[in-house]
Design a protein. Structure first.
Length: 455
């Protein structure tokens, strides 16, 4: 009994410290909107970088022709092509292929990596060639989704600031990744033109906008988190260039670094890379402080995810990412929480758990995931606030396109995000705001932006 009281104390403290009442979320949303303004004001004006994407034309749905996309983000990359049939037919046909990147190429040289990518792209294009003819003399247009930090000065160029995730290829840092890709394609004899360089958030926005002109933002909740939205070009004081004809500019927020007096770094509380890790730490505390798991070997509970991550990038994909396990436990609907028991046993070597303990573990998952989803909603509310679409004077319809494995597969996260957004906007404003799952925008979005840039 003593043990259970101690354990309850740990959970109660967690519950209290992770609480996200609507008043706090409103402060977070307002702080996000404020940081957005500061980041647009001047370079370095905010921890939210508010980078110009140089995408000033989003797809309208009227594009036609054949366009290609390349999506490099995590451990896989995808090549795809879309055949667009104008405003009546939209996407007539699309095909894609996923290729995993051999781990040794993730820390080799730039020309090896881009050579491999161009080679795979070349194979795909050659195989898909039959039955699709390019108008004479017209180059194939390609959009490139590259979800690493780049500094852009035009829509079709960008220098790599640094690698993230499992990549570290020193000689590519500071280089223009489009030029590297273009060089590799030339070596392969591939006659393609890179029309746009974007990231997954911009791609998600573009992919959804193609079908629905009320889409105002693309948001990712996957391994990491990011958002992109459409800003009025004349509302960007830091922009020194000529204003585009469209009057619009897509801003790549890079909001993972958002930080306010109300909470620590945003990405660490809201993305798949970290949620499992947070739960692990809570379970370790629970074990050490209460002894509720009995006299177990805590070594698995003590393993920080990124220790393994460095040692072996191949293992990292499963071991580092505990979030799918958290989701599986959280959604366990068996009467005796069998899945929770299995996960605790398999992943953490915690055996012989009582039903009470399992319930406690589910509650811990719930506290951590709920906080994540509610903060995610606050971020989205911040964008709507910045755009004046959070229920103020003009109730135009606004659609937020969201993608990423966490949003797609973690049902309770997604439901909580959506209901919290409703709570923050209020009943009236909620009527004009919709959240849409934009499946796989990051790949097709690049091809669609290539299409809209080349019109
Ligand atoms: P990326 O963000 O690397 O481009 P995804 O958008 O596919 O890739 O997101 C993958 C991430 O989504 C994983 O790292 C994991 O954190 C999370 N995820 C995937 N499946 C699940 C799941 N079933 N439950 C919870 N989270 C999941
Ligand atoms: Mg992705």
């Amino acid at each position: 009994v003593e043990v259970e009281v101690e354990a309850e104390k740990v959970v109660a403290e967690l519950r209290e410290r992770c609480a996200t009442p609507a008043s706090l979320l409103r402060d977070v949303a307002a702080a996000m909107a404020g940081e957005m303004g500061a980041g647009l004001e001047k370079e370095g004006g905010s921890r939210v970088k508010m980078l110009l994407s140089y995408v000033d034309k989003l797809p309208t749905g009227r594009e036609d022709g054949l366009f290609y996309g390349l999506d490099l983000g995590g451990t896989n990359f995808r090549v795809l092509k879309v055949h667009l049939g104008g405003s009546k037919k939209h996407v007539v046909n699309s095909e894609s292929r996923e290729v995993s990147i051999p781990p040794h190429l993730m820390s080799g040289t730039s020309s090896e990596l881009f050579g491999f990518i161009a080679g795979e792209l070349g194979k795909f294009v050659a195989e898909e060639e039959e039955g699709t003819d390019m108008p004479n003399g017209k180059k194939k247009e390609l959009g490139f989704t590259f979800s690493f930090p780049v500094r852009q000065r035009s829509v079709a160029s960008g220098t790599l600031v640094k690698w993230t995730k499992a990549f570290s290829i020193d000689d590519a840092v500071g280089e223009d990744v489009v030029a590297e890709l273009q060089t590799a394609m030339v070596k392969q004899g591939l006659d393609m033109h890179v029309a746009a360089l974007i990231n997954d958030a911009v791609g998600t926005l573009a992919g959804a906008r193609y079908y629905d002109e009320d889409v105002v933002a693309g948001v990712i909740f996957g391994t990491g988190t990011n958002a992109a939205y459409v800003e009025k070009a004349n509302a960007i004081p830091k922009w020194e260039g000529e204003l585009p004809n469209s009057g619009d500019m897509v801003i790549n927020m890079e909001w993972g670094n958002f930080y306010s007096s109300h909470l620590p770094i945003y990405e660490k509380l809201t993305s798949g890379m970290y949620l499992g890790e947070i739960v692990r730490r809570v379970l370790l505390k629970l074990s050490l402080q209460s002894g509720i798991f009995g006299s177990i070997d805590n070594s698995k509970l003590k393993t920080r995810f990124h220790l393994r991550f460095k040692a072996d990038p191949k293992i990292s994909v499963n071991v580092a990412n505990r979030t799918p396990h958290i989701s599986a436990m959280h959604h366990d609907e068996t009467p005796d929480l069998k899945i929770v028991a299995e996960k605790l046993h398999q992943i953490l070597e915690i055996t012989h758990t009582s039903l009470e303990i399992r319930k406690m573990v589910v509650e811990i998952c719930d506290i951590v995931a709920r906080r994540a989803a509610r903060l995610a909603a606050a971020g989205v509310a911040g964008i709507l606030m910045k755009l004046g679409r959070n229920g103020g004077i003009n109730n135009q319809r606004s659609v937020i396109a969201i993608d990423g494995g966490l949003f797609e597969h973690y049902t309770k996260f997604r439901e909580c995000l959506e209901s919290t957004l409703g709570e923050l906007l209020g009943e009236e404003a909620s009527k004009s705001v919709a959240v849409k799952h934009a499946n796989d925008g990051s790949g097709i979005g690049a091809a669609l932006i290539a299409a809209s840039q080349s019109r």
